[in-house]
Design a binder for this molecule. Sequence first.
Ligand code: SAM
Length: 248
Amino acid sequence: MKSGAVDAPRAAIEAALARSDDPVFADVGAGKSYLGFVLYDLWFRPRGEGWVYGIETRVELVQRSRELAALLGFERMQFLNLSVAESADSQALPAQIDVVTALHACDTATDDAIAFGLKKRARAMALVPCCQAEVARHLNASKALNLSRTPLAELWRHPLHTRELGSQLTNVLRCLYLEASGYQVTVTELVGWEHSLKNELILARYTGQRKRSAAERLHAILEEFGLQALAATRFALPVARPEGSALS
Ligand SMILES: C[S@@+](CC[C@H](N)C(=O)[O-])C[C@H]1O[C@@H](n2cnc3c(N)ncnc32)[C@H](O)[C@@H]1O
């Protein structure tokens, strides 16, 4: 992991953690949990408070992280062998999680991470999307219809463009979805482009201000690109949080 991969989201993560008495951090699609270990060592260990969770589907990585945490004496680190989607309903996790990160979580795991963050009422999320095929599949399915309907469909006529536009569109929709759900969103680079092509960092900070214009644009874009089916699945707007949970 490049140092910038920790530095770029670090300020936002630390600011969100600092607002909590007993901060909880969850890294989903954690892999070898580098981010969790670095944050624990730099932030959680010196303070003697808070919890770090790593959520990962590959059992051998979970086991390895558990062993390393035991070796280092990082007692407030927990590793769960669950998918992101499963973890949203898992009793092994607290009801609220202050910060959720998903760095290069494959395909729709980033969307699951957003759903997880919303359910856990995260104060902040840091997302670095990986490959994404779901929107491209939808664009493909309605391609002929859209080519006859609008010249804009030229943007995704060739398969390579379908994939690239699908990926770009997915991240735009994710940002609008977060804004419509009460988050202030910043999009920036994670590390220098020479290190990785999957380099988009989406930082979301909960303000409680659900942007109506973002919800309207989200639906307009879904409509324009023939992606209405996703309005009921990936981008269904959540109900408002209870009063008092608008954490800034
Ligand atoms: C490319 S690696 C990134 C690992 C780590 N976040 C990093 O940046 O070093 C993606 C990891 O996400 C895990 N993963 C993929 N889909 C997942 C899902 N739905 N739930 C949990 N983990 C998932 C994979 O097993 C893999 O370890």
